[in-house]
Write a protein that binds this ligand. Structure first.
Ligand code: SF4
Ligand code: SF4
Length: 113
């Protein structure tokens, strides 16, 4: 399951550098699937992975669900949930993924270690 950021976000920016997948972006910022990953152009058939995408939120920080692995493969707990001072990083129950799927996603983004 991906994590999502609620409207309670105070734009402090503390979560962004903690994310091992660079899945967190400041409101209004364009993002790329490949940012902060080991995805390499010559190995991926879908070129959109390297294209800028429109921001998901304009006024508050947002998490790209396709990049969030709940920190699986890096940490025991989602780092954004731990660090957020106003507890606005929460599980997105509409975006359920099993641990296996999250690990698959992590391996896609970074390769298996
Ligand atoms: Fe990034 Fe981990 Fe938070 Fe997902 S749970 S957005 S991977 S810090
Ligand atoms: Fe928003 Fe919490 Fe991230 Fe700060 S740590 S930017 S309040 S989600």
């Amino acid at each position: 399951m991906s994590i999502k950021i609620t409207e309670k976000c105070i734009n402090c920016g503390a979560c962004e550098p903690e994310c091992p997948n660079q899945a967190i972006y400041e409101g209004g910022k364009k993002w790329k699937m490949s940012d902060g990953t080991s995805l390499e152009k010559n190995k991926i058939s879908d070129p959109t992975i390297f294209h800028f995408q429109d921001p998901i939120k304009k006024d508050i920080y947002f998490i790209v669900p396709e990049k969030c692995t709940e920190c699986v493969g890096f940490y025991d707990q989602p780092q954004c949930i731990i660090i957020c001072p106003v507890q606005c990083c929460i599980l997105d129950k509409e975006n359920y993924e099993s641990k296996e799927k999250l690990l698959e996603k992590k391996n896609f983004l970074h390769g298996s270690m």
